[in-house]
Design a protein around this ligand. Structure first.
Ligand SMILES: [Zn+2]
Length: 593
């Protein structure tokens, strides 16, 4: 198990009648596993989720660390975990008003919020393409009592019928009637599970009733076959080694059942013929269910548990706007495109643990580029010479600060070009190395600390080569940087291109490959806008070249042509920006703002 954050998770299961009790079960299970980390909020009063509540009495002894409306606002929450199937608009709006700014994740969300919620956890196979952050079938509690793995009876003798805590579609009675027509099945072999919220039915008197089992899953292994709708109980039966036949309330459920590999014997009402055929051949049914269970288990891998998630804020790091369109979902992060400033950024759900040390410049760099940073020194220095051609300064003795200078190849090129050089580098080892080899000042610290220690200092040129994307708070980094450039001086940076050809060709693949410590992905368009707000005018955008090896063979053969077109269209995978600090324009900007 990984590290758990310190702040608590607010779990909000549906307790509305009509949604079944599976949501409550799942969150009770999670809270029991992580009692210090998870608190439950049950909307008993119906203030946020109008409609009747299920009978909670049978669950009271399992409900611990429940939070009420007053306590909601007293604590500061790591995130809200909704388990609603379809989150009511009123519930989401109400929670956002009570505890604003708290990130929201949802389990098995199928409602209108699905696409916009910050994090999605699916526990059931979905009909849609995998578009959740996390697929976790094992979030559903597994039965402790299991059958001796698919004991194969010649004949089913103990059949259990369970249509959830409530049976909202009234499938129990018609299923009983259909089973009554099967000659080889005796009535005494049938049991009906009546969940806590089960409505009283006029069941035939000789049918056995399993009354209000708070955790039905532990009773499943007492039977040799289960008839149920597609849902949690069906998957629990598979996990318990009990063959399952489904009769589903809707076509949606039937399609999901088929996708999971389960047999469907009726949609809307039971199909007597199919039920008969399914039950007369136990061996066949068992084989089918064993395969379905194996497929499910294979998908539950080493992904994080909800208790390990510890999200950062989802607001845009460029302009502070509320999260825009979700671009990509991954277990450890969600990507957005800001609706107001077009910046692409990630919200981390598992905090990034990158440390800028020796291993970063050697092992990590080597992994990405095939050689260590120092092996690449001469090459980076020559790229630096090219970059310096785009920097024009009137001053006869210009000063230059390279932020995130690493081992200093760009600084060396800048000194050759006549600049008074200075570096800033959070890796102490790299900073010391650069200082000794270049004989210039290199401060071993991050930008924020540096600005705090040198509040008044300004340079003619401030550069950041593949550094800007590493700041979690881009807005404040740009604010600090703009204060470090002399009026008329230049800010130059290079960064991966979120509008480049790789991003356009396959965005999901591009985002998946984006390093964990790249918090923002800029584009020529978004960087221009952000720099303008800080009083800069972009003088030059440069697409320095593309990674030829990433392209299909035909493109490589036509390379000069491809690269030329891509440059023309600004489709390169990285780009450089050269911007000048405009003092007169700053006044105009402040009047606008
Ligand atoms: Zn923005």
């Amino acid at each position: 198990m990984g590290k758990e954050g310190s702040k608590k998770i607010l779990a909000v299961p549906s307790v509305r009648r009509g949604n079944g009790s599976g949501h409550l079960h799942r969150m009770l299970h999670l809270a029991a596993e992580h009692p210090r980390r998870v608190s439950l909020f049950l909307d008993r009063t119906g203030k946020l989720t109008p409609g009747p509540t299920i009978n909670l009495k049978p669950y009271e002894e399992f409900i611990r660390s429940e939070i009420d409306f007053r306590q909601l606002q007293k604590e500061s929450w790591s995130y809200i975990l909704l388990d609603q199937r379809e989150t009511p608009v009123s519930l989401l709006a109400g929670l956002k008003e009570l505890i604003p700014g708290t990130p929201v994740a949802a389990v098995d969300e199928g409602g209108k919020h699905r696409k916009s919620l910050e994090y999605l956890i699916d526990t059931l196979p979905s009909l849609r393409r995998q578009e959740c952050n996390l697929f976790k079938p094992d979030l559903n509690p597994r039965p402790l009592r299991r059958s001796l793995y698919y004991n194969c009876p010649l004949k089913f003798e103990k059949v259990l019928i369970s249509f959830g805590g409530e049976d909202p579609r009234g499938l129990t009675l018609p299923t009983l009637i259909a089973l009554g027509k099967i000659p080889f099945l005796s009535r005494t072999s049938i049991t009906v599970a009546a969940g806590p919220a089960f409505r009283e039915l006029s069941l035939p008197s000789d049918i056995e009733i399993l009354r209000a089992p708070g955790n039905l899953r532990e009773y499943l292994s007492d039977y040799d076959c289960l008839i149920t709708s597609y849902g949690l109980t069906a998957l629990e039966a598979l996990a318990a080694g009990i063959p399952v036949v489904t009769v589903n309330p809707s076509r949606y459920h039937s399609r999901l059942a088929k996708k999971t590999g389960l047999l469907v014997c009726g949609t809307g009402k039971p199909d007597a013929g199919r039920l008969k055929r399914a039950l007369e051949n136990p061996r066949k049914l068992i084989g089918r269910c064993a395969l379905a269970e194996e497929n499910l288990r294979d998908t539950a891998d080493a992904d994080p548990s909800p208790a390990e998630l510890s999200p950062s804020a989802s607001v845009c790091p460029g302009c502070g706007a509320a999260p825009g369109r979700v671009l990509g979902r991954f277990p450890e992060r969600t990507f957005y495109r800001c609706a107001s400033c077009t910046l692409v950024y990630q919200q981390r759900w598992i905090p990034d643990s990158t440390v800028y040390n020796h291993a970063y410049f050697f092992d990590e760099y080597k992994r990405q580029y095939g050689k260590s940073y120092l092996d690449d020194f001469a090459h980076i220095r020559s790229m630096g010479r090219e970059r310096l051609r785009n920097i024009r300064i009137e001053n006869s003795d210009p000063s230059l600060l390279d932020v995130g200078c690493a081992y200093g190849p760009f600084l060396e090129a800048a000194r050759e070009a006549g600049f008074r050089i200075e570096g800033l580098e959070p890796s102490k080892e790299a900073a010391r190395w650069a200082e000794e080899h270049l004989g210039c000042r290199v401060s071993p610290m991050g930008l924020e600390e540096f600005v705090r220690k040198n509040p008044q200092k300004k340079w003619d040129v401030v550069t950041l080569w593949y550094v800007i994307e590493h700041f979690p708070d881009l807005e404040s980094a740009l604010q600090q940087l703009s204060g470090m450039v002399k009026p008329g001086g230049m800010l130059a940076l290079g960064t991966p291109n979120g509008a480049g050809i790789s991003a356009r060709r396959n965005l999901k693949k591009f985002l998946a490959a984006s390093p964990a410590d790249h918090y923002t992905i800029l584009s020529p368009k978004s960087v221009k806008r952000l720099l303008k707000q800080k009083g800069f005018r972009v003088e030059k955008m440069r697409i320095p070249g593309m990674h030829r090896e990433r392209f299909p063979v035909l493109f490589r053969i036509l390379w000069p042509f491809t690269a030329g077109i891509a440059r023309l269209l600004r489709l390169g995978d990285t780009f450089e920006v050269y911007a000048r600090r405009m003092d007169r324009e700053r006044k105009d900007n402040s009047r606008e703002g």
